[in-house]
Structures are given as structure tokens and as C-alpha cells.
Design a protein around this ligand. Sequence first.
Ligand code: MN
Length: 228
Amino acid sequence: MSVYAIPLWETPAIPVVDGDPFPVHRIFCVGRNYAAHAREMGHDPDREPPFFFAKPANAVVANRTTVPYPDETSDMHPEIEMVVALASGGYRISENEALDRIYGYCVGLDFTRRDMQSGFKGMGRPWDMAKGFDRSAPMSEIQRVKDVGHVSEGAVTLTVNGEMRQSGDVNQLIWNVPETISYLSSLITLCPGDLIMTGTPSGVSAVVSGDHLFGQVDGLADLDIRIG
Ligand code: MN
């Protein structure tokens, strides 16, 4: 018999290449971590540093699936991102210790209801419902650090129906991975199972029902998603 008042829910998990599924604890996202994307969104990366927001763990979507076009938007943007999966956490992790916390890496999409987000920005309201909605975080299979090492450079691309939509390189991150982990862990205690979506390069724009999204980060498992 359960010791809880209601039945425990299933732990959201992401398949791991040559490993057991990775249980997702939380999903943190970095905003405006590529200078060209910050500029296309109307901001000056030299004056405004990146920042964090979050999605719920159960927003993850399996690779090679069809995701229904989300409700309450007519301007849904997929943002291609390299994603870091943490094996262990901590508070005030130094940049030198940060890489030791990583279990692996995958390719993710930060689905965004851009019209809703723009409204929230104008009213000074939180972004949660524009960023953290159901099925807003498709993820490719995680590849383990012990198999592929760490990712500090490599192309980040998204094609839509075979045409290049977004293109950048992990080496263009304003806050690199150790800096991101160190800074985020100065704000909250990081935990095993946490994911960090590291931000998107420039070129974001809308997708529609029927579109085929193909995301790649050099050396990681490809992400292949269709919009229903
Ligand atoms: Mn993003």
C-alpha cells in the first residue's frame, strides 16, 4: 500500500544510448545565451546577461514522435538547444567542479508560445504558461559522458521540412556549460536528474501542423519530431 495520499505518478524519463533511462527531476532553461538570438529578440547581449526559467519535468516528449500543435497559440516557435543532464547536484558548484556533475548530453526543443510570451513580456508577467506547457520539451536520447566526452563546441542546427532554420555552434554560448552550472547552482541547489537547456541560436520562427523538425548537435543523437 502506498504511503502517499494519492497514487505516485510515473517519473518522466529519457532513453539513454547504451544505458538505462534517465529520470527527469526538473528542467531549467537559459534565456538569450547566444548573442545573435538575443539581438533578434530585441535585446542587447552586451547589456543584459542570460537568465533562467523552467519547464515542468513532465513536459518532456520522446524522440521520433508526433507532437500535437499546442492550444492557445498561433505562433509556436521551436528553439533548438543542447541539453545537459546532471548525474549529481550541489549548491554553489565551482566552474572547475561543474563538468563532474554531468551524466550526459542530448538535443532538445524548447517549444515556445511566442504570441503568449510577447503578451506576458508587455505586461511584466511570468513566462511559465508560454514556455512550460504540456509536451513543450521534445528530447533526443541522452549520450553518456563516458561514451562521448563533454561537449564544448560543435554545430547546433534545426531544419524544418529539410530547410535550414537555425544554425549556431555550442562554442558561441555566452555562458558556457561550466559557467551555466556554476551560476545556476548559486541561485538554487541543483539535483540529480536535473536537465539544463542551454539556450538557442538565432533564426527562431513559427512552425505549423504537418511540419517536420530535425535537430542536430554535433556528436549527439539527432532529434526528429513532427507537428501534428
Ligand atoms: Mn530557449
